[in-house]
Design a protein. Structure first.
Length: 506
């Protein structure tokens, strides 16, 4: 075993095309199986300390010689006590192969963030979160991500073990099909943001698929943090009754975005901040790969989780994330403001809303909430088109179902996400029918705010309301179903909400 200290004096700062990154001195091995190692292994251990204010990514180059069968990495770091209100140490990890660390390049071989303390990569297998494939000679890079650094600094230790020998065969990936047996044009239920053990979740794909079926879902989307490694592990969980789309939760330091339904095997880079002016490039990559750009939990309070890139590149936005909390209420209000702006600026384009569980482990509930989409069939393309068009509503569970329409005086009709094209002063009837929402109130929200609130529905959970307006009075209308308020004037938690119906524009 060889030990090395990487001190401040041996580092170099370079730019990867985005934020500055720190690269350390190289770790070298012999040029073949170590004669002194009976098990054909060599190990190097590197220690160092990162100060506060370190770059987002620190690269440790590893010179990998010929005839390596497996590279294994383990790491630890200190977690000293810090004053109240001060962030302690948190260090993420991943790896890039001999093809390099170029932003958006082909060198990515895996990322586990802070979910694992060790990983391995071989041709025939890899730790969840990492990509199997040849261990070719050349300079690999272990990527350290100092997520937060304590005032005392972050002292780390990285141990790299190379195992020599003949490499195995890399399996050809098998991906889930892009269609399931649908019901034609119908309402389909889905959850497009969740995590398995291929990132920081604790559930297997099989466990997630079983929970999705129990939650009444017709489709799901894989969304591991900063890795596409799970894509080849879902095929045997898909079926006629469950469409499984592949994606990624692109987890930057300035917010997270769900790449929804990208082509299987697609990797989207995350190593940039809003100030780096790189986001538009990767939003385009998501769309080129057949995916939708969906900013996730924009007002989440965890470090780096708040969305700071703006919504100009978004195809939809995740307004409701997991159990309903104050940050979801803030996102709902912000999203409503985008609808007002769309009307004010005369834009035909508007930003649809979604809801997803972001489930990681028990007791997180898959399908709470879920997005219910009107689609022509149960295929990737049809579901995405329904989401992009805003033909959807968000419900807290499979028990909730809604019908929401607007009609004019001459039989004109529009549903969720559509426009009722009538004159400004035409009388319009808005109708909401709901099931599975006992003791909930129905609120109708317009560009003026809440203009109608019903009495609580009965304990049966079923009911309907009608409201009359004109396009000159309400440029759009959307429905919210709220649980009874616990105390005071604060609205109760959502049971469901719809995308808007726009009024006017005949």
């Amino acid at each position: 075993m060889c030990e090395d200290d990487h001190g401040i004096g041996r580092r170099a700062l370079f730019v990867t095309g985005a934020a500055a990154a720190l690269t350390l001195g190289s770790v070298s091995f012999s040029n073949g199986p170590a004669a002194e190692a009976a098990d054909n292994q060599e190990t190097r251990t590197v220690r160092g300390t990162l100060p506060t204010g370190s770059p987002d990514f620190v690269y440790l180059p590893v010179d990998v010689p010929e005839d390596v069968r497996e590279i294994k990495v383990a790491y630890t770091y200190d977690k000293p006590s810090v004053p109240a209100g001060t962030q302690g140490n948190a260090l993420d990890i991943g790896i890039f192969d001999e093809r390099g660390t170029e932003l958006g390049g082909k060198g990515f071989r895996g990322w586990s963030g802070g979910a694992r303390t060790e990983f391995y990569v071989r041709a025939d297998d890899a730790t969840p979160g990492y990509i199997p494939g040849p261990v070719n000679p050349g300079t690999w890079h272990i990527a350290l991500g100092p997520y937060t650094v304590a005032p005392q600094g972050l002292t780390y230790e990285v141990t790299i073990t190379l195992t020599y020998g003949a490499q195995g065969e890399t399996p050809a990936p098998v991906y889930p099909p892009s269609r399931a047996k649908g019901r034609g044009r119908a309402w389909y239920r889905g959850d497009c943001h969740m995590h398995s053990w291929y990132s920081d979740g604790r559930r297997t794909p099989a466990e997630i698929a079983a929970l999705a079926r129990a939650a009444g879902l017709d489709f799901i989307n894989t969304s591991e943090h900063n890795t596409h490694s799970s894509h080849a592990h879902w095929a045997d969980q898909a079926g006629d009754d469950l469409l499984i789309m592949t994606g990624e939760e692109v987890t930057t330091r300035n917010g997270h975005v769900v790449a929804l339904g990208v082509d299987p095997g697609t990797f989207i880079d995350w190593r940039y901040r809003a100030r780096d002016n790189r986001w538009a490039r990767f939003a385009r990559e998501i769309r080129r790969a057949g995916g939708l750009v969906v900013p996730a939990h924009p007002h989440a309070t965890c470090i780096g989780c708040g969305w700071k890139f703006g919504f100009g590149e978004a195809d939809a936005v995740e307004v409701w994330n997991g159990p309903y909390t104050p940050d979801d209420e803030a996102t709902l209000a912000e999203w409503d403001n985008t609808l007002v702006a769309s009307v004010r600026e005369g834009h035909a384009r508007w930003l649809p809303a979604m809801g997803n569980s972001d489930a990681h482990r028990d007791p997180d509930a898959i399908g709470t909430p879920q997005t219910v989409v009107l689609a022509d069939d149960l295929t990737r393309e049809a579901i995405q088109e329904g989401i992009r068009a805003g033909r959807s509503y968000v419900a807290e569970s499979k028990n909730v179902s809604l019908a929401f329409t607007a009609s004019g005086s001459r039989g004109e009709h529009a549903g969720i996400g559509e426009r009722l094209r009538v004159d400004r002063d035409t009388p319009v009837t808005v109708r909401v029918e709901a099931q599975g929402v006992p003791r909930c109130t129905i609120r109708l929200v317009t560009d003026q705010g809440v203009l109608f609130t019903s009495d609580p529905l009965s304990v049966s959970g079923a009911g309907a309301v009608e409201w009359h307006t004109t396009p000159s009075y309400a440029a759009y209308v959307r429905a919210e179903l709220r649980h009874e308020t616990a105390a005071g004037p604060v609205p109760g938690a959502l049971a469901a909400f719809t995308n808007p119906i726009f009024l006017g524009g005949a």
